[in-house]
Design a protein around this ligand. Structure first.
Ligand code: AMP
Length: 170
């Protein structure tokens, strides 16, 4: 996508040595590019085929909420521990070092049966796999993933049996 790559800055050895961190925040400082990106993501077949979207803390919320408005799809959120009130469903997942957990409010999954997952970046795929497990263990369908960036070399998409729609491969 035009201009997108130039707005994504790489910081080597952040947050740890050996990680080439892709900073996508420049995208939301260019309203023209951001608008084009949201229009493109919102018209994706994965979004269109879903009843609702699930976005992932924290940068996933930036794109998820804009897509939610543009596509008129309700958004629910997957958050890190200690952030959500009420009855939750939880799922652990592996990071490069150690373990983490994501939670969804149980009642937010009651109303809809199929979900598009939205995040800023797909790396090894563990985070998205965790959200897909949360959706499926609630008896609901995963329509696919829509992400801004895919780090193709890390092969995250090979974990999934659903479509992965990325706007740029880095
Ligand atoms: P993964 O579970 O490995 O696919 O990691 C995906 C999540 O971690 C996304 O929510 C990203 O925001 C973040 N992430 C992982 N690797 C990077 C990276 N190299 N640059 C920026 N964000 C990253």
């Amino acid at each position: 996508m035009k201009n997108l790559e130039s707005l994504i800055k790489t910081y080597n050895d952040f947050p740890r040595e050996g990680i080439a961190f892709k900073d996508i925040l420049g995208i939301i400082q260019d309203t023209e590019v951001f608008r084009d990106l949201i229009l493109k993501m919102s018209s994706n077949k994965v979004i269109k085929s879903s009843e609702a979207i699930i976005s992932i803390e924290a940068r996933g919320f930036i794109f998820g909420s804009a897509i939610s408005l543009q596509a008129s799809k309700p958004m629910i959120v997957a958050r890190k521990p200690g952030k959500l009130p009420g009855e939750l469903i939880n799922e652990n997942y592996l990071l490069e070092y150690g373990q983490s957990c994501l939670s969804i409010q149980k009642e937010s999954l009651d109303k809809f049966s199929s979900y598009a997952i939205v995040d800023d970046l797909l790396a090894t795929g563990g985070t998205v796999e965790c959200v897909a497990n949360l959706i499926r263990k609630s008896g609901k369908d995963v329509c696919g993933l829509v992400t801004v960036v895919e780090l193709e070399k890390l092969g995250g998409r090979s974990l999934f049996d659903f479509p992965v729609e990325s706007m740029i491969n880095l």
